[in-house]
Design a protein around this ligand. Structure first.
Ligand SMILES: Cc1cc2nc3c(=O)[nH]c(=O)nc-3n(C[C@H](O)[C@H](O)[C@H](O)COP(=O)(O)OP(=O)(O)OC[C@H]3O[C@@H](n4cnc5c(N)ncnc54)[C@H](O)[C@@H]3O)c2cc1C
Length: 384
């Protein structure tokens, strides 16, 4: 039987099945909410079963990597650090692998502003991979291209933990020469939500968006989740903050368009698939937080340790305790609770309601909730 998805929460969209298929008869198709799922061309399918065997969720995949060390750190290049989401550790690793004669794979915005994975070989292209993009990245045939490239040169792959699991499962293990970086992940959003948000801004501005910069650090790293910058082809730019930062409002505050599988993510906690895990070191000792971005770096394998030692001269680093992670970063261990109105929201946008209007409607706080919050605050004050 070819792969079939009974429950949407049981497919991460990692793309291992379509890359593995010898007949190339699996494509990923968006559903009405904008999430992609495998669709098999049964006329071409030979029923070999490889698509089912390679699926990390169906096979309850496990990793032997365990965290060996925890660091806080950032790039010594101020420009690189400010233009990265956290402390710029990804770019430092990427430059190093390119200098070794290798390739780097990560997520970019393509010419249509779609988020997808690609492979680059030149330093000037790392800027396209830099920064978190908050919708799910399409893998396309990148795992297959990595397999081919590894015969000749080292490769650094950076992606969400489910994509990393997909790559390892596709390759049938973790070959030497493949450096894997995953990140602590809050969940990936629907590409449809991202498209509808951007389309509305382009219509308002009457110009095509040329660059989206989530977690823009204009007001510092700690305020950056509330700040998104969008540049347009006519030279104009918008910086959305607070409640006007509609895309992040729906994501961070309300979990309105996170992929169903992220609600019960299997790739959390100390069992890591990447050689290294990066993230925001939220909750780090204030001595190591100058509000410009502090990366969390988890070393999970010998190969990860070797690579980290090689790039250390380009980073400020300080070793930390593992307990310091969970105090500020719940997504290290916990999945988010997906908004029960998520499906309704995703079906409504674009068709019946513009994105911003739908955000206002679906994130409005009811009178009852306001009273509940007020009472909670009063009880807290009384306790003090
Ligand atoms: C959807 C998402 C959710 C995240 N949630 C958390 C969280 O809850 N807690 C936390 O500590 N950190 C989270 N991160 C990670 C964090 O935002 C930084 O990406 C990470 O700390 C690396 O930062 P950096 O400064 O080293 O490099 P950056 O330059 O910011 O790193 C970018 C790297 O991430 C890859 N990337 C960017 N967007 C995507 C995407 N959509 N899919 C796959 N790969 C992508 C790029 O290819 C590049 O390799 C999340 C990232 C993403 C993309």
């Amino acid at each position: 039987m070819p792969i079939s998805i009974q429950k949407k929460s049981e497919c991460t969209g990692c793309g291992a099945c379509s890359n593995k298929c010898p007949q190339k008869c699996i494509i990923f198709k968006e559903d009405s909410c904008g999430f992609s799922y495998p669709k098999v061309n049964t006329l071409k399918c030979t029923d070999c079963g490889l698509c089912e065997k390679v699926c990390p969720l169906k096979n309850n995949m496990k990793s032997n990597n365990r965290i060996k060390a925890v660091y806080a750190g950032w790039s010594k290049e101020p420009e690189l650090r400010i233009s990265s989401t956290s402390g710029g550790v990804f770019s430092v690793l990427a430059y190093h692998v390119l200098e070794m004669g290798g390739l780097v794979s990560g997520a970019i915005y393509d010419s249509e502003n779609t988020i997808c994975h690609t492979i680059v070989s030149q330093k000037k292209d790392i800027v396209r991979l830099r920064q978190s993009k908050y919708a799910q990245s399409r893998i396309n045939s990148v795992y297959t291209e990595i397999k081919r490239a590894l015969k000749m040169q080292p490769v650094l792959f950076c992606g969400a933990p489910c994509q990393v699991a997909g790559l390892i499962s596709f390759l049938g293990g973790h070959p030497k020469g493949l450096y894997i970086v995953d990140f602590i992940c809050r969940g990936v959003n629907s590409p449809k939500a991202y498209r509808e948000w951007l389309k509305e801004l382009e219509e308002q501005q009457r110009a095509k968006a040329t660059r989206v910069w989530f977690k823009y650090k204009e007001d510092g790293w700690k305020q950056s989740p509330r700040c998104t910058r969008i540049d347009f082809a006519d030279g104009s730019k918008i910086v959305q903050k607070g409640m006007d930062n509609t895309f992040m409002c729906g994501y961070l505050g309300n979990n309105l368009y996170i992929r169903p599988s992220c609600g019960s993510c299997c790739f959390k906690g100390q069992e890591r698939y990447g050689d290294l895990t990066v993230g925001d070191f939220l909750g780090v000792d204030p001595k190591y937080d100058d509000d410009k971005g502090t990366s969390l770096i988890l070393i999970n394998s010998e190969q990860g340790m070797d690579l980290f030692e090689q790039v250390k001269p380009n980073l400020f680093t300080v070793e930390r305790e593992i307990g310091e992670i969970s105090s500020g970063n719940v997504c290290f261990t916990d999945s988010v609770r997906i908004n029960p109105k998520s499906e309704e929201f995703l079906k409504v946008i674009g068709k019946d309601m513009p994105f911003s209007e739908a955000i206002r409607k679906y994130t409005a706080v009811s009178f009852f909730t306001k009273i509940k919050r007020c009472l909670k605050r009063m009880m807290k004050l009384n306790k003090k």
